[in-house]
Design a protein around this ligand. Structure first.
Ligand code: IMP
Length: 448
C-alpha cells in the first residue's frame, strides 16, 4: 500500500509525528517537496529530534529514505543533519538516497531570499523562512538551477562560480531596492560584504559538500519502481500544508512548491495510479507562521493575540521548529478542511493536538464564511477576499479534563468525542488517527 501524507492547513500540523507512526508499515519513505524550511519534530523514547530534509523514516532501522526530485535540497543543511544523526548512533549511509534530479538550495539562494524580502514593502512581505526556498524553485523553473546530479560532474564547481557571479549582479540591484532598516544581509556559513558574496569562499564550501554527498546521489526513479514491483510499501512525506501550496494556497503568501497530494507524484516519479491512500494531517485548531490572511485568527482589537489564542500557543508550544517564530493561532476552520479534503482526496484524517483543547470551556468551529455580506462555504481564490471574510462559527461545550493519558478512543470524554465527530463530519473523509500528545505513544490508531 502506498500512502501520501499531507498537511491540511498552513503547515505545523504535527506531520513529523504521524509520519513516524506510519513508518512502521512502510519500507520506503520519500520526501517529495519543500526543503529545509520544514521542521518535522519527532519525539521517540524521550528524545526530541527535528528533521528538516531527511525523511523521519531514518529513525526506524531497515527503512529506505529518499529525498525526491521535487525537494530543493540544501547540501550544507543535509550534511549537518547526517552528522547529527551519526552522533546519536543512526547511520544514514546505505539507507538514504537523494535523487539526481533534486534541485539544490545554495548559499546564494539564501542571500537572494533575504535580499528579496528586504526589498518588499510593508504589507507585501511574505515572511519567508529565509532558507532560500523561493529563489531555488525560481531557478528550477527558469532552468538555471543546479541539480544533485550536477554534483557528480567534473564541471560542478565551475558552474557554482558562475552562479555566484550572476547572483552578485542581482544582489547589487536588490541592494538599491532595499526598504528595510540597515544595509546588510546575513547568511550563516558565509561572508557577505556590502551585498556581495565571495566566489572563492563559496566554491571551497561546495567542494567539501560535493565530496561528502556524492555517495548518496542516485537515480531514485528505478529504485522506487523496483520497490513497487516487489510489493514494498511506500510512504510519501509532504512538508508545509495545503494552504501554503503555490497553486491552491493563499497566494502570494505561500511557499514555492506543491505540498498537496498531486505534488507527491511530480516530486517522486511515482504515477497517480500508484497512490492507494491519502492521509491528511490536521490540527484540532489552526495556526499560521508568517504573513497572509487567516480568517479564524484569535486577536484583539490592537492586533495582539487574545487570551484564547495565547492559551493555544502556550499549550501547543506554537513556535516554529526551524525559525523559532511564534505562530499565530485560531479556531478550527472547516472551510479549510473541506477544501483540503477535495484538493488532496483525503481518505483519512490524522487529527492532532486534541489535548491542547482540554482547557476551553467553549470551543468554536468555523463552518462557513461571510464575504461582503454573503454566506459562502468555499475557499475564495484571492488572498484579498480571504482577508475580508468573517468566520461563521458554531460553538460546542469543552470537556475541561485531560485527554493525553487516554489509550482507547472509547474512553474519550463524551464532549471531546462529540467535538472530534463534528470536525470529521464537517470536513469529509474518515478519522484514521487521533493524536493526544507529542510522544509516539500518545497516538490512538483508529483505521491506519
Ligand atoms: P518559504 O517557504 O521560506 O518561502 O516561506 C513562505 C511561507 O511559508 C512563509 O509564510 C513561511 O512561514 C511558510 N512556511 C514555510 N515552511 C513552513 C513550514 O514548514 N511550516 C509552516 N509554515 C511554513
Amino acid at each position: 500500500m502506498n500512502t501520501v501524507l499531507i498537511g491540511s492547513q498552513w503547515g505545523d500540523e504535527g506531520k513529523g509525528k504521524i509520519i513516524d507512526v506510519l513508518t512502521d508499515k512502510a519500507d520506503f519513505v520519500v520526501r517529495y517537496q519543500g526543503g529545509s524550511n520544514a521542521g518535522h519534530t519527532v519525539i521517540a523514547e524521550g528524545k526530541k529530534r527535528v528533521l528538516r530534509l531527511i525523511p523521519s523514516g531514518i529513525l526506524h532501522e531497515g527503512k529506505t529514505c529518499i529525498i525526491g526530485n521535487g525537494v530543493v535540497m540544501n547540501p550544507l543543511d543535509l550534511i549537518e543533519e547526517i552528522e547529527g544523526m551519526r552522533a546519536t548512533g543512526v547511520e544514514p549511509k546505505g539507507r538514504l538516497f537523494i535523487s539526481t534530479r533534486t534541485q539544490m538550495v545554495m548559499l546564494y539562494h539564501r542571500a537572494l531570499d533575504k535580499a528579496e524580502e528586504a526589498a518588499r514593502a510593508k504589507g507585501k512581505k511574505i515572511g519567508t523562512t529565509g532558507r532560500g526556498i523561493g529563489p531555488a524553485y525560481a531557478a528550477k523553473v527558469s532552468r538555471t538551477g543546479l541539480r544533485c546530479g550536477d554534483m557528480l560532474a567534473a564541471n560542478f564547481l565551475e558552474k557554482v562560480r558562475e552562479q555566484v557571479e550572476e547572483t552578485n549582479r542581482r544582489l547589487k540591484m536588490l541592494k538599491a531596492e532595499r526598504v528595510d532598516e540597515g544595509d546588510q544581509i546575513e547568511v550563516p556559513g558565509c561572508t557577505i560584504k556590502d551585498y556581495q558574496m565571495d566566489a572563492d569562499e563559496i566554491v571551497a564550501i561546495y567542494k567539501v559538500a560535493q565530496e561528502k554527498l556524492s555517495p548518496y546521489i542516485k537515480d531514485t526513479v528505478p529504485m522506487l519502481h523496483k520497490a513497487k514491483a516487489e510489493g514494498k510499501s511506500i510512504l510519501m512525506e509532504g512538508a508545509q500544508g495545503t494552504m501554503l501550496d503555490i497553486d491552491f494556497g493563499t497566494y502570494p503568501f505561500v511557499t514555492s512548491s506543491n505540498p498537496t497530494s498531486g505534488g507527491a507524484c511530480i516530486g517522486s516519479g511515482l504515477s497517480p495510479r500508484d497512490i492507494d491512500c491519502v492521509v491528511g494531517v490536521i490540527k484540532a485548531y489552526t495556526t499560521r507562521v508568517g504573513e497572509g490572511p487567516f480568517p479564524t485568527e484569535l486577536y484583539n482589537a490592537v492586533d495582539m493575540m487574545d487570551e484564547d489564542g495565547k492559551t493555544m500557543a502556550e499549550r501547543g508550544h506554537e513556535f516554529g521548529a526551524v525559525t523559532k517564530r511564534p505562530r499565530r493561532t485560531g479556531w478550527y476552520d472547516a472551510v479549510i478542511a473541506r477544501y483540503a479534503q477535495q484538493i488532496n482526496g483525503v481518505d483519512y484524517w490524522a487529527l492532532t493536538k486534541l489535548d491542547v483543547m482540554d482547557v476551553f470551556e467553549k470551543i468554536k468551529i468555523c463552518v462557513a464564511y461571510e464575504l461582503d455580506g454573503e454566506r459562502i462555504d468555499y475557499m475564495p481564490t484571492s488572498a484579498d477576499e480571504l482577508a475580508r471574510v468573517k468566520p461563521i462559527y458554531e460553538e460546542m461545550d469543552g470537556w475541561m479534563c485531560e485527554t493525553s493519558n487516554i489509550t482507547r478512543i472509547e474512553d474519550l470524554p463524551p464532549k471531546a468525542k462529540a467535538y472530534v465527530d463534528r470536525l470529521v463530519e464537517l470536513s469529509g473523509g474518515k478519522l484514521g488517527i487521533l493524536s493526544i500528545g507529542p510522544a509516539r505513544e500518545s497516538t490512538l490508531r483508529i483505521a491506519l
